[in-house]
Design a protein around this ligand. Structure first.
Ligand SMILES: Cc1cc2nc3c(=O)[nH]c(=O)nc-3n(C[C@H](O)[C@H](O)[C@H](O)COP(=O)(O)OP(=O)(O)OC[C@H]3O[C@@H](n4cnc5c(N)ncnc54)[C@H](O)[C@@H]3O)c2cc1C
Ligand code: FES
Length: 245
């Protein structure tokens, strides 16, 4: 975890949304300047008791005083974020968690599904990549243009890019793989790359309460030895060989 955690008011600069996904660019004082790819922030819509808990989101991009999030609309907080207008504010604390191993650049294949593309985009923009494969159910027009050039886009319905899912198009000879996405995507990767698990790092999007190690609400089973890791403190990025999913 980063040595400093800030709690800051974040002002929405602009947003680009499709029906289900959106990219939201916020301005704030400190968090963007110390954030690293693979870390996340906790976002609370307001200081009222409802919704009580802040929600975790990976950092999609951070530079200077700006931080962007890539968000899938699923419930109370994410709907609230979609309804924000430029100039309105939310509260964010972070950066939290351990990020990806740094600066492997062109040795890394990045594989993201849905909202899981967020931490990989930050890595890609900061360190580069060998291949970057992203998968969605269907096209999300405006948002594809925010991803790095040369990204490979796959849609399950074939409405954009290649038809299919990214895990079908990855070879088992890659040096390193960083992946983030829905559980079935990670399980498909595990099945295909069983003998490469020590070179695959996954970022987990588990349910979380506090994001800071206090509530024990984010456990993932260790693959070796007894017990659980806390995704917020020990992750969210883990060598795939060390966790049981
Ligand atoms: C480290 C981390 C990074 C994440 N990064 C992103 C990101 O970059 N972009 C993004 O869109 N989402 C991300 N998520 C998931 C995000 O935190 C949840 O989608 C969010 O908390 C939902 O909040 P809500 O109030 O809108 O939904 P709620 O109203 O609380 O719930 C709506 C529905 O979503 C389900 N749900 C809630 N949280 C999760 C979850 N973590 N996983 C699966 N289902 C869930 C609930 O069971 C319920 O069915 C991340 C999660 C973690 C732990
Ligand atoms: S979310 Fe509270 S301990 Fe991890």
């Amino acid at each position: 975890m980063s040595s400093r955690i800030y709690f800051e008011k974040a002002i929405l600069l602009d947003k680009k949304t499709s029906k289900e996904f959106g990219v939201f660019r916020f301005k704030m004082e400190n968090i963007p300047q110390i954030s690293r790819p693979g870390q996340f922030v906790m976002l609370k819509l307001n200081l009222h008791p409802y919704p009580l808990l802040a929600r975790p989101f990976s950092i999609f991009h951070a530079e200077g005083r700006e931080l962007s999030l890539f968000i899938k609309k699923v419930g109370v907080t994410t709907n609230g974020i979609f309804n924000l207008h430029a100039g309105e504010s939310v509260f964010i604390y972070g950066p939290l968690g351990k990020g990806f191993p740094e600066a492997l650049g062109d040795k890394v294949v990045l594989i993201g599904g849905g909202s899981g593309i967020a931490p990989l985009n930050f890595y890609a923009k900061r360190y580069g990549f060998k291949r970057f494969l992203v998968g969605f159910n269907t096209r999300i027009d405006d948002i594809f243009s925010l991803l790095p050039k040369n990204v490979e886009i796959y849609t399950e319905d074939g409405s954009y890019g290649r038809k299919g899912v990214p895990t079908d198009y990855v070879e088992d000879m890659e040096d390193f793989i960083f992946a983030c996405g829905p559980l079935p995507m990670l399980q498909a990767l595990k099945k295909k790359m069983a003998n490469k698990m020590d070179r695959i790092y996954v970022s987990l999007e588990s349910m979380m309460g506090c994001g800071t190690g206090l509530c024990a609400g984010c456990g993932v089973k260790k693959s070796v030895g007894e017990g659980y890791f806390r995704v917020c403190m020990d992750g969210p990025v883990f060598p795939f060989s060390r966790i049981e999913i």
